[in-house]
Design a protein around this ligand. Structure first.
Ligand code: F6R
Length: 243
């Protein structure tokens, strides 16, 4: 595992964007696996800035996102489809037809998960997967206790996730109760993985996930078994890793 220490969020974002842009420059028709959440926003902003300067070209790039809420239409500003369009796709020259997320409006979970998994395979797999890290070690929507061998599947959101998300919706009843997510197995099949972490509140889980035992209780700990993982974190997030 390669670890790059950044001074702060901005520096982390810049370093992560450098790694993604190197991938795009070396393989213009690459498949990028993308994440939502607060951590990657700065990375996407940096990529947009370089695109606008003429230093990056996304015209041949294909993307597959990690996850999507089940039952939320794309037009809902809490959907990951909406997030990705706002924060990246609509601001660079990527072909919208080459951007993929699980279809949250497909009610048949089995059908949608099989479609998404076979789509990833038909694209030749993911060249570089970007990941954020949850406070409990989750990656994608793979919560502690999930089997490592799962492919794309539908999960029931935990009660505290629903509780935490309800501030973004009119009421708790409007919060989606399920989501589609790439499984740990899907994520582990990516050729390269880039994990980004920022802030002191992530320091404990970073130390556990990357330097503790490999266990389904900390889903991200399986990344220790991948042969090409890069971790980019700011000083605060990396403050508890062994020297
Ligand atoms: C996002 C995702 C999640 C986040 C994680 C960290 O697509 O799958 O696993 O990466 O919850 O979120 P932030 O970056 O908001 O701390």
């Amino acid at each position: 595992m390669q670890i790059y220490k950044a001074t702060d969020y901005k520096d982390m974002s810049r370093k992560a964007a450098n790694i993604i842009s190197a991938q795009v420059i070396m393989k213009p028709n690459c498949v990028l696996g993308l994440a939502t959440g607060s951590t990657p926003i700065g990375t996407y902003q940096q990529l947009i800035e370089w695109y606008k300067k003429g230093d990056l070209d996304f015209s041949d790039v294909t993307t597959v996102n990690l996850d999507e809420y089940k039952g939320l239409p794309r037009t809902n500003d809490q959907s990951y489809y909406y997030f990705m369009h706002q924060n990246l796709f609509d601001q660079v020259n990527i072909n919208p037809e080459n951007t993929h997320l699980p279809n949250g409006m497909e009610p048949n979970s089995e059908k949608e998960c099989a479609r998404y998994e076979s789509l990833i395979h038909s694209l030749g797999g993911v060249d570089l997967q970007l990941l954020g890290l949850g406070h409990n070690g989750h990656i994608g929507f793979n919560e502690p206790g999930e089997a490592f061998e799962k492919e794309t599947h539908c999960i029931d959101l935990q009660e505290r996730t629903i509780e935490a998300n309800k501030r973004f919706f009119a009421s708790a009843d409007d919060v989606p109760k399920q989501a589609y997510t790439m499984g740990i197995k899907t994520i582990m099949q990516a050729k390269k993985i880039l994990v980004i972490v920022s802030g002191e509140d992530k320091a404990d889980i970073v130390a556990k996930a990357f330097f503790g035992p490999v266990t389904p209780a900390v889903p991200a700990s399986i990344l220790q078994m991948h042969n090409d993982v890069t971790l980019v974190g700011d000083e605060a997030a990396l403050s508890k890793i062994p020297r």
